[in-house]
Design a protein around this ligand. Sequence first.
Ligand SMILES: [Zn+2]
Length: 290
Amino acid sequence: MKPGLICAAALALALTLAPGGLAVAGSHRATVDRPDVSPEHQVHLVYAIPKSGKDRRRDVDGTIASSFEIANVWLANQTGGLRLRLDRLADGIVDVTFVELSQTNRQIRRAGAWARDEIEKEINALGFNAPNKVYLAYYEGSSTFACGGSAWPPKLKGNTAALYLATFINGVPCYSGLSGAGDPPRYGEFSAIHEIIHTLGLVAECAPHHTRAGHSSDGNKDLMYAGPLPLEPSRVDSERDDYFGHGIAGCPDLARSAFVEPAVAMPELPPEWLAGVRCTYLGYGKRECE
Ligand SMILES: [Zn+2]
């Protein structure tokens, strides 16, 4: 299996993006996961810069929170109201944490297809290893290989997805800004949801249209498509047969995930996720559990 989830370099070619990223109300920078108001399974957002890297303050200016909220509204529109549960503060503000990695961007890039694994290893070592959370790192650096990456359990166990914000593929930027209030979702927003869905173990190999390690062959309008065409998503498993609402027993399904809200009756964890157990992920599919 190809490691690190390619999330098709070709996808970048779909970009015809205008600059974006409106700021919302400023907030103080947090370098730790702030106290939770919900014990439910949830997605925690991280703004990660490489050692000595440029700090664009996307955590405190609201860019990351706004972008993910736009992405999540789009997801809800495709799924009949179901969305990913975010780690929020008591006032509803999204809890975004800032971290500076111990590796430079040059070092991260050297990992090639495994850049995400290096980021996962670093943020887990910093304490981002809660048993009820998966993490999405908005990485202010670049990859030689792809626009983003994710775990894909059970084949690639992990708790972290990453968007490599400064990446160019074939001279084209993956992300020409993240969307802000009033903007439609664009590549950065689709990519965030796409990568988190991988982290939940989707698209699983039991899906009829599974292809290319976690993707769907069901056309490039599907959010989880991978193939020769540019990704232009306008739907989430619209035939309800691969990763959302398929009803196939024993086959992972976003509609039954413990990480979505409103909460479902019999929530399911990602494949081989150990319920209630704190695991520290080391990248490369490895973990140490207490
Ligand atoms: Zn992918």
